[in-house]
Design a protein around this ligand. Structure first.
Ligand code: ADP
Ligand code: MG
Length: 684
């Protein structure tokens, strides 16, 4: 007897090999299988007479085969089956590439249904590789909305549909309902059985929509409950209790007055640290909004309370820059700051480590070297991590384990739409610096095409002539012949530029270089020894080069808006008027609209909202860097309204039953536990 926990290998038609293929898709149990939703659907429900089919249309036609299909082998490995089909209204040419078996499946004079894309050229109509089946008999492939699943080698669409059908027929009654009845009523969500049936085998598009809405809601509801519960556990974790202090003395020493957003963020964090609970706070602020100062204030605060701090940066060069900046802020108060990075000699490292163990440093700055096993801390009260998404959750956990529940501040320069912040950083409290220091100049941004190349080159000459430096960002390292558009490769482009400007020093950094080589070039650029730095997006990570005044992005259409905004933030960090030029030859209206947003606004939050709206969260955050929980069906970009409702319902439920111990909430509780098991480190 099958139940939802049974292994997929017990299904009819699924042997050992196919079971392994399913496992690759993350499908192990029958419950996993029915929760593996189609990637998209084809509308194979519409029939048309051949004569009225138009170019590019996907339709079913009912037609008889008019001649004997012919099979020719064009080249080795390429075969063509050709035939002509007809209905009462007209004829159509049908071609199959590399499907030699079609010749024997289609017989002259018999009736079939063909589903595919119509191509018209003059009065001739054709279809390539249509789906087909006999007109008489059961229709399995046509006459319906047809689900298409993401596949992997060894498993076919038919395998998946057949297996899902078996599970729905046998186990649908046992799928646990996790949504409370009042939520179902309130949101007018359809019943569970209806949802699973119609997400896989939609009766029509209306039914599909209802099914999808319910399943999306359920998924977001479960994630929301899960995150609320993590937040709650964290709130109960005791932390070092500090004492509130007057911080004006620190402010008075600064060369400028902190913005009110900086002050507010500092106050929020100090309140956390005095609460007796462990702080886990995300500090979010646009590039250049002054996050480092917030960190400095909190480090100062800890020291006044008798604790030391650790500051973790994602690269050595950033660690070095932070070392200088923070030392400037803190040394007037007698704080001692140390640096610990991989490229230091063994002896240098030993000295620092000994100092740390003795408690000689008030602040230690470094890369992941900070959490190697032989580093001991004394009185560690605060850990700050910069550009958090570059660190794995485990790395951060390793550092946290160094102290006894030190407070944690995570800094991020990726502005996140508020709707998403709760999901993305669901277990953190959030401070937002939504204000730039006064007097920041706007970075003039232009989107241009190839016809501006000459002018752009002249502009490079002009600015470098004035002593400025230039960033050029390319989307990839090497030529990639598979892509139809010729993309600027960083290496090739650097060669062109250095041939064009022999008197300037041009260098190239890209992701495939060794970290040490990369760092070397970056630091030469930071010191002004390189005029033009051609790079892939490795430079995204906040290196400060105040003398850089021009950012050129090649193939700008390949980048997300938030990414472009980050890149743009690399210039305009000094006193010089700065520019960003986005080069794109794309004709697409969408691309033009996207790039024009960059021209119109410098506000990272607005940009990220637009970006999310236009591209969806997957692209938005870049490949798997984002730490978003993997969703099966919800689209965190498009489903924001449902997300808000699901969050509200989750909060309401948890207020009534915080530990989810009521019998009715058992299925929900189990689902949450399962979620953690399957994605224990996909939460930030
Ligand atoms: P980010 O948030 O990108 O890390 P930084 O901390 O590097 O920003 O700050 C960017 C620049 O702004 C630095 O040169 C810093 O000294 C300066 N800055 C920070 N806060 C203020 C302020 N309140 N007034 C003027 N300049 C500030
Ligand atoms: Mg920074």
């Amino acid at each position: 007897m099958l139940d939802l926990n049974s292994d997929v290998r017990y299904l009819k038609g699924i042997g050992e090999k196919k079971a392994l293929a399913l496992n690759k898709l993350g499908v192990f149990s029958l419950y996993d299988l029915i929760s593996y939703f189609p990637r998209k659907y084809e509308d194979r429900s519409k029939y048309k007479p051949i004569s009225i089919c138009s170019d590019g249309e996907n339709v079913c036609i009912r037609a008889f085969v008019a001649n004997d299909p012919s099979l020719v082998t064009v080249r080795r490995g390429t075969s063509l089956v050709k035939l002509r089909a007809a209905d009462e209204s007209g004829v159509i040419d049908i071609t199959f590439f590399n499907r030699p078996y079609a010749k024997n499946q289609l017989h002259k004079g018999e009736d079939y249904i063909f589903y595919g894309k119509i191509e018209c050229s003059g009065s001739r109509k054709s279809m390539i590789n249509p789906v087909f089946e006999r007109e008489f008999g059961e229709h399995k492939l046509t006459g319906k909305i047809f689900p298409l699943y993401s596949l992997t080698a060894g498993i076919s669409q038919t395998d998946l549909s057949n297996s899902v059908r078996q599970v729905l027929d046998n186990c649908l009654d046992y799928v646990p309902e996790v949504l409370p009845q009042d939520v179902l009523n309130e949101e007018k969500l359809c019943q569970l059985r209806y949802a699973y049936e119609n997400i896989h085998f939609p009766a029509d598009f209306k039914a599909l929509e209802l099914a999808r809405k319910r399943l999306v809601f359920e998924e977001l509801f479960v994630i929301s409950c899960a995150l609320s519960r993590i937040r709650k556990t964290r709130v109960q974790t005791p932390g070092i209790k500090m004492h509130m202090l007057d911080i004006t003395g620190f402010y008075d020493s600064l060369p400028f007055s902190p913005t009110s957003a900086q002050r507010r963020s500092i106050n929020e964090a100090m309140d956390d640290m005095c609460s007796g609970r462990e702080m886990s706070r995300l500090l979010q602020g646009d590039v250049g909004s002054g996050k480092t100062l917030v960190a400095a204030a909190l480090i100062w605060f800890c020291r006044k309370n008798g604790y030391s701090s650790a500051f973790m940066a994602p690269t050595e060069i950033l660690a070095q820059q932070h070392f200088e900046t923070l030392n400037n802020f803190l040394s007037p108060f007698g704080l001692k700051t140390g640096l610990l990075i991989g490229s230091m000699t063994a002896k240098e490292k030993r000295v620092v480590k000994e100092g740390l163990a003795k408690g000689e440093y008030d602040l230690i700055i470094g890369t992941h070297a900070l959490f190697s096993a032989d580093v001991e801390y004394k009185n560690l009260g605060l850990i700050v991590t910069d550009e958090q998404h570059r660190f794995g959750v485990n790395q951060r956990a390793a550092l946290i384990s160094k102290g006894s529940n030190p407070h944690v501040l995570v800094m991020s320069a990726t502005p996140i739409p508020r709707t998403l912040a709760l999901i993305l950083y669901g277990d953190l409290d959030v401070s937002i610096i939504d204000e730039l220091p006064p007097g920041r100049q706007k970075i003039d941004t232009f989107a241009v095409d190839e016809s501006y190349r000459q002018r752009l080159n002249n502009f490079i000459l002009k600015l470098t002539g004035e002593g400025r430096q230039v960033f050029v960002v390319c989307p990839m390292v090497e030529e990639n012949e598979e892509l139809p558009v010729k993309l600027k490769s960083a290496q090739e482009h650097a060669k062109e530029l250095s041939a064009l400007f022999p008197h300037l020093k041009t260098a190239c950094v890209h992701g495939k270089m060794k970290a040490a080589d990369k760092e070397k070039i970056m630091s030469e650029f930071a010191k002004g020894q390189i005029d033009i730095l051609v790079a892939t997006t490795v430079i995204e990570v906040g290196v400060d080069v105040p003398n850089a005044a021009l950012m050129i992005v090649e193939n700008a259409e390949r980048f997300g808006l938030s990414q472009l905004h980050q890149l743009r933030g690399r210039v305009g960090r000094g006193p010089h008027k700065s520019y960003c030029v986005l080069v794109s030859n794309s004709d697409s209206e969408d691309t033009k609209a996207r790039l024009s947003i960059m021209h119109k606004t410098n506000d990272g939050f607005k940009i990220s909202e637009e970006d999310l709206r236009l591209r969806g969260p997957g692209d938005f955050f870049g490949a798997r860097q984002h730490g978003l929980p993997q969703t099966h069906i919800a689209d965190l970009g498009a489903d924001t309204q449902l997300l808000q409702k699901a969050q509200a319902s989750a909060d309401a439920l948890l207020r009534k039953d915080p530990s989810l111990s009521l019998p009715g909430n058992q299925p929900l509780r189990e689902k949450i536990e399962k979620l953690f098991k399957s994605s224990s480190d996909s939460f930030n």
